[in-house]
Design a protein around this ligand. Structure first.
Ligand code: ADP
Ligand code: AMP
Length: 213
């Protein structure tokens, strides 16, 4: 099964993608996590991506598409995957569609986790992330067992540089201009499913499971 998660930054794509990955035994592929891992390791790619990410801008398509196509070509993706944060532009969606077409393959579901902008800023300022394993928490809704420490790997948790309110506002603007058109793109292909992302995360997940079967 091949799934795309759509939704504004902070809508809960990563939270749901991780649960889907576990339930259906497919890898969770997050371009944001790949960029952050590269930033942490100080790679050239990481340094280039950071300049855009810190401003709340998208990393250019050429760079992002290559990383994503390399990742989904790996062996663990042959039975499917859940994409979180990709595609974020129409050209990215077209490249993915062409690459899958060549393999006689396609995306099965594009799930839009719908959360209005008003809820987003609050959510993002409470998000805490582990840059080592990619786990995410929320200081109110999903606190770690020990404050400031990742339950999974024991690393200190951080407020992502791009989760500061002024950057979140830019990311929302970018989302509306560049990413929201994907809703129509996947709707035209009859694979768009929308879930209410404002409810409790387990209720969001149950709605997604009802769609995926
Ligand atoms: P995205 O991947 O779309 O940017 P995340 O999955 O990281 O979003 O979620 C953003 C923040 O909101 C995180 O701190 C997460 O723990 C929290 N969160 C996710 N889903 C819900 C929900 N249904 N209700 C409340 N908080 C949520
Ligand atoms: P995320 O973790 O998905 O919220 O992504 C964090 C940041 O990484 C985004 O704000 C972008 O700067 C960059 N990024 C992640 N995925 C993409 C993508 N598909 N296209 C362009 N930039 C991306």
């Amino acid at each position: 099964m091949k799934i795309i998660m759509l939704g504004a930054p902070g809508a809960g794509k990563g939270t749901q993608a991780k649960m889907i990955a576990k339930e259906y035994g497919i890898p969770h592929v997050s371009t944001g996590d790949i960029f952050r891992a590269n930033i942490k390791e100080g790679t050239e790619l990481g340094m280039e991506a950071k300049g855009y990410m810190d401003k709340g801008l998208l990393v250019p398509d050429e760079l992002t598409v290559k990383i994503l196509l390399d990742r989904v070509a790996k062996d663990d993706c042959k039975n499917g995957y859940v994409l979180d944060g990709f595609p974020r532009t129409i050209p990215q969606a077209e490249v993915l569609e062409d690459a899958l077409n060549k393999l006689n393959d396609k995306i099965d579901f594009a799930i839009d986790v719908n959360v209005p902008d008003e809820n987003i800023i609050k959510r993002m300022s409470g998000r805490r992330a582990c840059l080592k394993c990619g786990a995410t928490y929320h200081i109110e809704h999903v606190p770690p067992k020990k404050e400031g420490i990742c339950d999974v790997c024991g690393e200190p948790l951080v407020l992502r540089d791009d989760d500061k309110p002024e950057t979140v506002k830019n990311r929302l603007d970018v989302y509306h201009k560049q990413t929201q058109p994907l809703i129509d793109f996947y709707s035209e292909r009859n694979i768009l499913k929308t879930v209410d992302g404002t409810v409790d995360m387990m209720d969001v997940f149950n709605a997604i499971k009802a769609i995926l079967g």
